[in-house]
Design a protein around this ligand. Structure first.
Ligand SMILES: NC(=O)C1=CN([C@@H]2O[C@H](COP(=O)(O)OP(=O)(O)OC[C@H]3O[C@@H](n4cnc5c(N)ncnc54)[C@H](OP(=O)(O)O)[C@@H]3O)[C@@H](O)[C@H]2O)C=CC1
Ligand SMILES: CC(=O)[C@@H](O)[C@H](O)COP(=O)(O)O
Ligand SMILES: [Mn+2]
Length: 387
């Protein structure tokens, strides 16, 4: 297959790189951000046609690193779009944040299969993305571990027989912390995941459960199930990734070691299963797995996810944008860990009262407008929290 990877230098990108190195697929485009040294190494190792950095000021370094290799170089947002237009059969969408939407959207337009790690695409533009795929006969395959698990549990099943979808949550870095201590959580503490090795932003989102909040909305958008059918279950071991409950009472669980090469490899080889370099679980050695209901007071992000689905329209875009700004604020030391949820809730409240979020028809323009408004408002609330 001809393959492109967007966000190649990140955590999902590196896992994809690992699988591609073991394959004979033809690599078209690899994209990254500031880590141009790694982007160049990957492009050389995979004999890519093109390497793109998202940032203009990183282009000279990328050019220098790839001088004499014959690999094309480019930079900037438009170059990312153009890279997504290059004919490819399979495209990995693994840029972090709302920035991942546009290239993925464009890849669908040329009919490529989109392996979707970038959950923000579905949260902000789910119905548009699915319609675009349908319009161009393209396919979206989930890569997020829970959604890959649900997808696998649904093979050969009728979605109308699904009673509930349960996605698991590790509980993140602070799952065993007393509530009173959460306000003092530092960025370093929040950036360490108990089970998964991931980028910093999703790792912190895991600690605050904003990651799970995004995933609830992602579940609703991808599988088109009603919000009340979606549940979250805290499962500290991260071995069961999701469960699907059917109307006859059967519960199909998907298990595997916490290694994203499984979900990526599944999407890469779909509809077949190929051998993958992931650990085989020894259940006797594991002995026991534990599950508990999430504590609503500890994780306001979960409640906000259901509010967003209730509002509909561009509320997902507002929610995600506000979350991205609040996360920036926490990482930069401007607000505390618990303030992130406060900022996001304030933005949602204000925007749904002021703009009637559900009334604006979903389009790339209304999403971009809502995203910008939510970012501006969240930045304003950041300063309010700080003062
Ligand atoms: N990591 C995981 O296991 C999982 C991740 N996901 C989702 O996958 C996506 C990627 O996550 P993860 O790999 O952890 O993230 P990382 O932060 O590790 O990697 C992000 C990638 O995107 C690039 N990038 C960052 N900002 C921009 C931008 N503005 N424009 C273009 N490229 C940019 C980075 O470049 P550089 O580093 O060179 O600056 C890097 O290549 C997220 O949406 C996340 O929610 C979903 C499930 C699991
Ligand atoms: C690997 C993956 O899919 C992540 O989204 C993971 O789910 C994060 O772990 P949490 O369950 O802690 O959010
Ligand atoms: Mn996940």
């Amino acid at each position: 297959m001809r393959i492109s990877v967007f966000g190649s230098t990140g955590s999902i990108g590196e896992s994809t790189f690992d699988l591609l190195q073991r394959s004979d697929h033809q690599v078209v485009a690899l994209t990254g951000g500031r880590n141009v040294r790694r982007l160049a190494e990957q492009a050389i190792a995979l004999k890519a046609e093109l390497a793109v950095t998202a940032y203009d000021d990183c282009l000279p370094a990328l050019r220098e690193a790839l001088a004499g290799t014959g690999i094309e170089t480019a930079a900037g947002t438009q170059a990312l779009i153009e890279a997504a237009e290059r004919p490819a059969d399979w495209v990995m969408s693994a840029i972090v944040g709302a920035a991942g939407l546009a290239p993925g959207f464009r890849a669908l337009k040329q009919g490529a299969t989109l392996a979707l790690a970038n959950k923000e695409s579905l949260v902000t533009a789910g119905p548009l993305l699915l319609a675009e795929a349908e319009r161009h006969g393209a396919r979206i395959l989930p890569v997020d571990s829970e959604h890959s698990a649900v997808f696998q549990a649904l093979v050969g099943e009728d979605i109308s027989a699904v009673e509930r979808i349960i996605i698991t949550a590790s509980g993140g870095a602070f799952r065993d912390w007393p509530m009173e201590k959460l306000a003092t959580a530092t960025v370093a503490q929040a950036s360490s995941h108990p089970n998964w090795n991931m980028g910093q932003r999703i790792t912190i989102d895991s600690a605050s459960m904003f990651n799970k909040a995004l995933e609830i909305i992602e579940t609703r958008e991808f599988f088109r199930v009603a919000p009340e059918k979606i549940e979250v279950l805290v499962h500290p071991e991260s071995m069961v990734h999701a469960l699907v409950g059917f109307r006859d009472g059967a519960l199909m669980a998907h298990m595997g070691a916490p290694d994203m090469r499984h979900a990526i490899g599944y999407a890469l080889n779909w509809p077949e299963r190929a051998e993958l370099p992931v650990e085989r679980l020894d259940l006797a050695k594991l002995g026991a797995l534990t599950f508990r209901a999430p504590d609503a007071a500890r994780y306001p992000a979960l409640r906000l996810a259901y509010e967003v689905m209730e509002i509909g329209g561009t509320a997902g875009a507002a929610f995600n944008a506000a979350k991205e700004i609040a996360l920036d604020g926490f990482i930069d030391g401007r607000i505390g860990f618990l303030d992130m949820a406060t900022v996001v809730e304030e933005v949602l409240d204000e925007m749904s009262a002021r703009q009637g979020l559900c009334n604006s028809a979903l389009s790339l323009d209304t999403i971009a407008y809502t995203d910008a408004e939510a970012r501006a408002l969240a930045s304003h609330y950041l300063t309010k929290v700080t003062n």
